[in-house]
Design a protein around this ligand. Structure first.
Ligand code: AQP
Length: 328
C-alpha cells in the first residue's frame, strides 16, 4: 500500500507558496495513496509563536485541508500534538541522530542565522520530521525543493535504526513536483515565499480578497524585457509568476508562454490574478464554514484516533527494538 504523509506548519497565514508546494495536490493524492495530512504544530513552536494565534492557525490549516478538497472519509486529518507518539519517537530517534549531520541542515543555518537565542528544538527539527514520517511508515512524502535535505536525513535515520536494531521503519521516497515546488517571493525571487516573511506584499495569502490578490500581483516585480518566458536563470521574476499561473490554471509552461506571446506583463498579471481568484474563492467559502465549527473538531478527533492506532503500533515496535522495557 502506497502511503503519503504531508503537512503545513501553522506558523503563519497560509500563502500560495504552501498551496503550490503542498495543499493543491492533497485532494488528488487521496485517490492514489492512503493519506495522512497533519498540522505540525510541534514544528511551529521551534520558533517563537503567539499562543493565541498558534491555536487559531492550527484550526485554520486543518480547515484549509478540508476546504481544498481533502475528504476525511478517505484521508486521515489530524493535529500533530494530539498524537503523543510523535514526541516520543522524536526522542528515540534523537538518540540515533548525530550532531554533525543536524548541523549540516541548511534550513537550520538559514533560520538561526544572525539570531542570539535559537531553541535547541529548531536544531533537532529534522528529527521530529523523521519521526512524523516514520511513525506512519509513509512510502512517499511530497516535499518542496527546500525540504529534500530533511527527507534524506529521514532515510538515513531509518536505515541506521533498521540496521542497528530491527527493520521497523519504511524508507520514504520524496515526491517533488516539477511545478510548484518552489514559489518565490513576489518582491524578491531569490527568497522562498514564506509565512514568516513580515512583508505582506511578498505573498498572496489564501484568505486575501480578490482586490488584494489583484493589487499584490500587479505589484509583483518583473524585468524590463516584456516577454513572458520561463527561464529561471535569466528571468526569475517572470518564471516565478509563470509557475504560479501553472499551479492555479493547471496549464503547462509551454502553453502559458504561447498564450501570452506578444502580450505585455500587465495583461499577463491581470489574467494571473483572475486564475488565482477563481481557485481561491470556493476554498475560502468552505474555509469560513469550517474554521470555527464543531464539524472540524469532530474531524480532528476522529483523525487523531485513527492516526494514533498506526503511530502507537510503530512506536511500540521501535521501543522493543531498542530494548526498552515495554509492558502490554
Ligand atoms: N514557497 C513555497 N514554494 C513551494 N513549496 C513551499 N512549501 C512551503 N512554502 C513553499 C512547501 O509546503 C509544505 C509545507 O511547508 P511548511 O509550512 O510546513 O513549512 P515551510 O516550508 O517552512 O513554510 P514557510 O511558509 O517557509 O513557513 P515558515 O516561514 O514558518 O518557515 C512543505 O513541503 C514546503 O516545502
Amino acid at each position: 500500500m502506497k502511503r503519503v504523509l504531508s503537512g503545513i506548519k501553522p506558523s503563519g497565514e497560509l500563502n500560495i507558496g504552501g498551496y503550490g508546494g503542498a495543499l493543491h495536490r492533497f485532494a488528488s493524492m487521496q485517490e492514489d495513496y492512503e493519506c495522512y495530512f497533519f498540522v505540525p504544530d510541534l514544528h511551529a513552536i521551534t520558533v517563537p509563536q503567539d499562543p493565541r494565534r498558534l491555536f487559531q492557525r492550527s484550526k485554520e490549516i486543518a480547515a484549509y485541508y478540508v476546504a481544498a478538497g481533502v475528504d476525511p472519509a478517505k484521508a486521515t486529518i489530524f493535529v500533530q500534538s494530539h498524537v503523543a507518539a510523535h514526541a516520543e519517537l522524536n526522542w528515540l530517534l534523537e538518540t540515533q541522530a548525530h550532531f554533525g549531520e543536524l548541523a549540516r541542515m541548511t534550513q537550520f543555518k538559514d533560520k538561526s542565522h544572525g539570531k542570539d537565542a535559537v531553541s535547541s528544538a529548531l536544531f533537532t527539527y529534522p528529527v521530529l520530521m523523521a519521526a512524523d514520517i516514520l511513525l506512519y511508515r509513509a512510502t512517499h512524502v511530497p516535499v518542496g525543493d527546500d525540504q529534500k535535505q530533511h527527507l534524506e536525513l529521514t532515510r538515513d535515520l531509518a536505515e541506521r535504526f533498521n540496521h542497528r536494531f530491527a527493520p521497523v521503519f519504511a524508507l520514504p521516497e520524496p515526491i517533488i513536483p516539477e511545478i510548484g515546488s518552489r514559489i518565490m517571493g513576489l518582491d524578491d525571487p531569490s527568497k522562498k515565499m514564506s509565512k514568516s516573511n513580515p512583508n505582506r506584499n511578498s505573498c498572496v495569502l489564501l484568505q486575501d480578497d480578490p482586490d488584494v490578490v489583484r493589487r499584490k500581483l500587479a505589484k509583483a516585480v518583473t524585468d524590463s524585457e516584456g516577454v513572458v518566458r520561463y527561464d529561471w536563470e535569466r528571468k526569475p521574476e517572470v518564471s516565478n509568476l509563470i509557475e504560479i499561473y501553472a499551479v492555479f490554471s493547471g496549464d503547462d509552461v509551454a502553453a502559458i508562454e504561447r498564450r501570452f506571446e506578444g502580450v505585455g506583463y500587465g495583461q499577463f498579471k491581470r489574467e494571473l490574478a483572475e486564475a488565482v481568484i477563481a481557485k481561491l474563492e470556493p476554498i475560502q467559502r468552505r474555509f469560513r464554514e469550517l474554521v470555527d465549527s464543531e464539524e472540524l473538531v469532530g474531524i480532528l478527533k476522529d483523525g487523531a484516533a485513527k492516526a494514533a492506532e498506526t503511530a502507537n503500533d510503530t512506536l511500540l515496535k521501535a521501543k522493543r527494538a531498542l530494548g526498552l522495557f515495554t509492558i502490554g
